[in-house]
Design a protein around this ligand. Structure first.
Ligand SMILES: NC(=O)c1ccc[n+]([C@@H]2O[C@H](COP(=O)([O-])OP(=O)(O)OC[C@H]3O[C@@H](n4cnc5c(N)ncnc54)[C@H](OP(=O)(O)O)[C@@H]3O)[C@@H](O)[C@H]2O)c1
Length: 297
């Protein structure tokens, strides 16, 4: 059994769906059933489900709101993961903890590697960086998986916002000077289920080179403007709508939290260790647009 924390989120829902399609035993209670800040509730869930692996997909993900809700962001993204890691470690269960490109400042000229120093620009990134540190300190058997620009059919995300705006507006103004790699929940969930048996197997050994920090995101890179342009092109086949996508600068779209200009993650370590890369981000995006628009034409 795999226990996924944060079962209401877009990644967790994708994991849940994929696992049931594949006959993988996985349970993903949403926050109302299991709050990760409630240590006793997490202990009870672990005792009840007896998981071979815990995946922490729960997070406070409101990047801008985090600027004024630092205590909540830290409680969910930093303190709770540290306690979950300690609980897993005490009984020898591995923890797969999801983290983010926003732990980096974004001023590097090349893709970020796992061992580059973290230097978050905002409270959300700082809380996630603190969560990574807490997990590393509390559990030897951990895998921290940093990903970026996550979208999918479930939940709120940039792709779904662009689909809505493409319906409502004739012009979309989108930031062109922040770069990253769009990552579908489908590819991310597939990668996580692919590595899950390796982590479960490694947990039985006293030491394994598998534990540590990895990057996984869609293959290739673009800007938010490039991402939006391709989303608009993909949806046009279903809707016939072709709004203009105008590039703007970060300065023209001020937000409470600063975001990294370069959020591109180097995924070579994951590929070398697990022999797997995500598909090109464009093909994943097209599949997601088709899935969403064919469900809700
Ligand atoms: N979305 C992105 O672009 C992105 C990029 C890089 C990394 N990540 C990371 O990917 C992981 C999955 O994020 P996601 O995209 O699936 O975000 P999401 O859709 O916002 O899901 C996060 C889930 O965590 C739940 N949650 C919040 N506080 C909780 C608590 N105290 N106990 C239990 N559950 C709680 C939320 O519940 P409520 O809805 O009730 O608040 C939500 O269902 C996170 O670690 C995130 O930091 C995301």
């Amino acid at each position: 059994m795999i226990l996924v924390l944060g079962g209401g989120g877009q990644l967790a829902r994708e994991l849940d769906g994929l696992a049931s399609a594949r006959g993988v035993a996985l349970t993903a209670p949403p926050r109302r059933e299991l709050d990760i800040t409630d240590t006793d509730a997490v202990a009870a869930a672990i005792a009840r489900t007896k998981p071979a692996l815990v995946i922490n997909a729960a997070a406070y993900t409101a990047v801008d709101r985090a600027e004024t809700e630092a205590a909540v962001a830290m409680a969910v993204n930093a303190e709770a993961p540290g306690r979950v890691a300690a609980q897993c470690d005490a009984i020898g269960i591995p923890l797969l903890h999801v983290s983010t490109d926003y732990v980096f400042a974004g001023d590097k000229q090349t893709p970020y590697r796992e061992d580059d120093p973290v230097s978050p620009l905002g409270v959300y990134g700082a809380s996630k960086a603190a969560g990574e540190a807490a997990v590393r300190a509390a559990a030897a058997r951990h895998l921290i998986l940093r990903t970026a620009w996550v979208y999918g059919a479930h939940g709120a995300n940039f792709l779904k916002t662009m689909l809505r705006l493409a319906r409502e507006r004739d012009e979309l103004r989108v930031v062109a000077d922040q770069h990253g790699s769009p990552t579908s929940t489908r590819s991310l969930a597939e990668a996580m289920l692919l590595i899950a048996p390796r982590l479960i197997e490694a947990a039985g050994a006293s030491a394994s080179p598998l534990w540590g920090t990895y990057h996984f995101c869609g293959t290739g890179e673009t800007s938010w403007h490039g991402f939006a342009t391709e989303i608009v092109r993909a949806q046009a086949r279903f809707t016939g709508r072709s709004p203009v996508v105008t590039p703007i600068s970060t300065a023209e779209y001020p937000t409470p939290a600063r975001r990294p200009a370069n959020a591109i993650l180097d995924t070579a370590k994951f590929a070398a260790t697990f022999g797997h890369r995500a598909p090109p981000w464009q093909s994943d995006m097209q599949a997601a647009v088709a899935e969403i628009l064919m469900e809700k034409p």
